[in-house]
Design a protein around this ligand. Structure first.
Ligand SMILES: [Zn+2]
Length: 101
């Protein structure tokens, strides 16, 4: 699953309504206590929404940002679709590291 850890994290945090960060190994560190089961359910939703191709069900897709919209393109069948943007607010927190550039 070649997806940006930041994007996965943004989705996780938005869904759980909490805050967190990525550590040096690109692992997601979440504040508060959450059962692994919660993560699984949310990750599954993430995969369905942002990874799996609607046409051929392939996970070989590329997520790109075009004109402020996230666009999912399938590498297998070539079909594409726009995907919902993750709730704002958390994005600002994640993007802070790059704010100065
Ligand atoms: Zn496809």
């Amino acid at each position: 699953m070649h997806r940006q850890p930041e994007h996965v994290m943004t989705f996780l945090l938005a869904e759980m309504g909490t805050s967190g960060s990525l550590d040096g190994q690109q692992r997601i560190v979440v504040k508060g206590r959450f059962a692994p089961k919660n993560f699984e359910g949310i990750l599954r939703r993430y995969v369905n929404e942002y990874v799996i191709c609607n046409g051929c069900k392939s996970p070989d897709t590329i997520l790109s940002k075009e004109n402020r919209l996230f666009f999912l393109r399938c590498e297998k069948c070539g079909s594409g679709r726009s995907v919902a943007q993750i709730k704002a607010g958390f994005i600002a927190r994640v993007g802070r590291r790059k704010a100065g550039t």
